[in-house]
Ligand binder design. Structure first.
Ligand SMILES: [Ca+2]
Ligand SMILES: [Ca+2]
Ligand SMILES: [Ca+2]
Length: 306
């Protein structure tokens, strides 16, 4: 908790019948105090022409005052922002002399401001989660609320959550291919700021071919079988996404001899067609090569993206 401590001199006002108070009244200190609502306000009142045993009291306004020391304290609330407020304080000497002073209060709110915005060049493969963390500066530790102002008309989904930072979760659809502009807002309960994020959605591999078409020729035939044999047994490099070689469609995305058997059955024994493309395997597939030259299993993990 931050606090502000201000000291100023209270005016001594001689009232009728208060004999013995000869010094003229003097005011030293601010007439107005302005501070964020999250600050603890503390004003230390004192007497310019002191008397022993003065007693302070709060005549009107928020907060509380220590009758002996004159220390006034108040913890503002968000509801105080923009309100016209004043505190009136008095002090009484044992002789009966009294003094009074009034201080205007201005309680302010620090607006939330995005500090990591705009974001203009994020690629996002369709179907995959892309997260963006948005930092916000708000001097008062407000509870911030984020929301999607515009999803750019996308077919996929986008959401935002979190506080004090916002996490945008974006999943583009293949039909969102190209540029998608998202607008996000943050609100501290009083003020809002906005942020623009531009995603470039790329289609997934499943849009670019057919499972079993290893050589990307446009159909599935003997040449694909020969390619797969060379890839699995003779170290031939495989450069396409592993989704096209996971012919049996196993959800672990392994490309191995089981896929070769599936393709043989399909081409020569009227076995089932290659399984539909498993989009998830684009980034999590594993190629299990049996290379006779090195006499071992060779494992190549797939490309993993967020
Ligand atoms: Ca604020
Ligand atoms: Ca082919
Ligand atoms: Ca497989």
């Amino acid at each position: 908790m931050r606090s502000i401590l201000v000291t100023f001199w209270l005016v001594i006002v001689t009232v009728a019948g208060s004999a013995g108070q000869t010094q003229p009244p003097v005011i030293v200190g601010p007439a107005t105090i302005s501070a964020p609502y999250c600050d603890l306000l503390q004003f230390n009142f004192d007497l310019a022409n002191p008397c022993t045993g003065a007693v302070f009291s709060l005549v009107s306004g928020p907060g509380a005052i220590d009758p002996t020391t004159g220390l006034w304290s108040y913890q503002p609330r968000m509801a105080d922002v923009g309100q016209v407020m004043a505190i009136e304080v008095s002090a009484r000497c044992p002789s009966g002399v009294t003094a009074a002073a009034t201080v205007q209060l201005q309680v302010t709110n620090e607006p939330p401001v995005f500090t990591s915005c705009p974001v203009t060049s994020l690629t996002a493969d369709a179907g995959y989660v892309r997260t963006v963390v948005l930092a916000v500066d708000d001097t008062c530790p407000d509870s911030l609320r984020f929301r999607i102002l515009s999803d750019g008309g996308m077919d996929g989904t986008v959401s935002v959550s979190g506080s004090p930072t916002g996490v945008v979760r974006f999943i583009g659809a293949n039909s969102d291919f190209g540029r998608v502009d998202i607008r996000v807002a943050v609100n501290d309960g009083l003020v809002e700021d906005t942020c623009s994020i531009r995603f470039f959605v790329a289609p997934t591999a499943c849009e670019g071919g057919e499972t079993g078409d290893i050589d990307n020729s446009g159909n599935i035939d003997l040449s694909d079988l020969l390619d797969l044999v060379n890839i699995l047994f003779y170290g031939q490099q495989y450069t396409r996404s592993l989704v096209f070689a996971n012919i049996n469609g196993d959800p672990t995305c392994r490309v191995d001899i089981s896929d070769l058997i599936h393709l043989v059955n399909y081409l020569f024994l009227q076995g089932p067609s290659p399984a539909p493309c498993l989009q998830v395997c684009e980034h999590t597939g594993t190629l299990m090569q049996e290379n006779p030259n090195v006499d071992r299993m060779d494992e190549r993990p797939g490309d993993v993206k967020d």
